[in-house]
Design a protein around this ligand. Structure first.
Ligand SMILES: [Zn+2]
Length: 325
C-alpha cells in the first residue's frame, strides 16, 4: 500500500524491475573452456567452511517472510501501474484532456496532446525521455519495465533511450518502431505517412512480416497498408531517394532499381541489403551482383544462399556490411 502512494519508492521499484528486464534481454554467451581452469588456479586453497550457526528453521522462516514481502511489493506496483512524469516545455500541453502545470503524470491509456504552440517531455520510466513536438497526439500504452510502449497517432516525437534493446516501442498507423538502443525522431502526418530518422544507435521498424533496420544517419519512410519502406542514408544521392520512394510505394519498377544500383555507394549497401528480400528474383540477382561489386562478399555468404534469402546468410552478410554503414 505504501508503494502505491509513494513516488520515491515507486521510482526505486521501477529501477529494480528495469534492471531485471535488462538482464532478461542479455544474450547467453558460452564462456570459453579455459576460463574455469584459470579461475580454479586463481582461487586460494579452499578454506574450512564456517559452521552455520542460525537454526535451520529460523533461517527458513526469515527467508519465507522476505519472499512474502517481496511478492506483496511487486503485486501492488504491478497493479497500480507506473505513471511517468510529463514536463511542460512550452504552451499548454494536455494530459488526459487537462492542461498540466509545470509537471504532471501520465499513465497507461492516457493521451498527451500538444497544439501549435505547446511542447512537452515525457520521462519514460528509468530508460530515457521523449520530446513531444507541437501538433502531436501521443498515447501511453504500456508502462511496464520490460515493455515501455507509446502510440503516435500524429505529429512528431524525439526519443532518447539508453536501455538494452527491445524495451521501448512506439506504435504508429504503419508499423512499430522498436528501440535497439538509440536516439531518433519519428513523425507521422495526418494521413498516417511517417518518417523515422535515427541519429544514434539502431531502430527496427516492423509491420507484419516486413522489417527495416535503420542505423544512425539513416531514415526510413512508412505508409499505412504498406509498412516501412527501404532505409537509406540521409546523405545518399537524391536520385536514390526518389527512386526508392517510387519503388516502395508507387509501383516503381526495374528502371527505378537501375537508378539505385547505378548510383549506390559502398555505404548504400544498407539500402541494397534491404532490397534483396523485397524485389522479385530477376531483380534480386542484379542487386546481389551490384553489392558484390561494391564490397567483397564475406566468407560464409554464397550467391546461391543469398538469392534464396537464407536467413543466416543474410544476417551474416548484414553484420559484415554494417561496418561500412
Ligand atoms: Zn516510500
Amino acid at each position: 500500500m505504501h508503494v502505491a502512494e509513494c513516488e520515491r519508492c515507486q521510482a526505486e521499484c521501477e529501477q529494480i524491475r528495469v534492471g531485471i528486464a535488462a538482464l532478461e534481454n542479455l544474450p547467453l554467451v558460452e564462456a570459453p573452456e579455459g576460463v574455469w581452469a584459470a579461475i580454479e588456479r586463481a582461487l586460494p586453497a579452499r578454506p574450512e567452511r564456517a559452521p552455520f550457526r542460525i537454526g535451520g528453521w529460523r533461517f527458513a522462516m526469515a527467508a519465507l517472510l522476505l519472499a512474502g514481502i517481496g511478492m506483496a511489493y511487486w503485486s501492488v506496483v504491478q497493479r497500480s501501474g507506473v505513471r511517468w512524469e510529463v514536463v511542460r516545455l512550452a504552451g499548454a500541453p494536455l494530459v488526459a484532456s487537462k492542461p498540466i502545470e509545470q509537471t504532471g503524470r501520465i499513465g497507461a491509456g492516457e493521451w498527451i496532446e500538444t497544439d501549435a504552440g505547446s511542447r512537452a517531455t515525457v520521462r519514460v520510466g528509468e530508460i530515457g525521455s521523449v520530446d513531444v513536438e507541437p501538433n502531436t497526439r501521443l498515447r501511453v500504452v504500456v508502462t511496464r519495465p520490460a515493455e515501455h510502449r507509446l502510440a503516435l497517432a500524429r505529429g512528431e516525437i524525439r526519443a532518447k533511450i539508453s536501455a538494452p534493446p527491445r524495451l521501448f516501442f512506439v506504435d504508429t498507423p504503419s508499423g512499430t518502431a522498436v528501440d535497439l538502443g538509440c536516439e531518433y525522431a519519428l513523425a507521422i502526418d495526418p494521413d498516417g505517412f511517417g518518417r523515422l530518422q535515427v541519429t544514434k544507435g539502431w531502430v527496427l521498424f516492423q509491420w507484419k512480416n516486413l522489417e527495416s533496420l535503420v542505423p544512425a544517419g539513416a531514415s526510413c519512410r512508412t505508409r499505412p497498408q504498406a509498412g516501412p519502406g527501404i532505409p537509406y542514408f540521409d546523405d545518399a544521392p537524391e536520385s536514390i531517394k526518389q527512386a526508392l520512394e517510387r519503388l516502395a510505394f508507387e509501383k516503381g519498377g526495374s528502371e527505378d532499381l537501375s537508378i539505385i544500383l547505378a548510383d549506390a555507394r559502398v555505404r548504400d549497401t544498407l539500402t541494397l541489403w534491404h532490397l534483396l528480400s523485397r524485389v522479385p528474383m530477376d531483380d534480386r540477382e542484379r542487386v546481389y551482383d551490384r553489392m558484390a561489386a561494391l564490397t567483397p562478399v564475406p566468407a560464409g555468404v554464397s550467391r546461391e544462399q543469398a538469392l534464396k534469402l537464407d536467413a543466416e546468410t543474410l544476417k551474416r552478410w548484414r553484420e559484415e556490411l554494417a561496418w561500412t554503414w
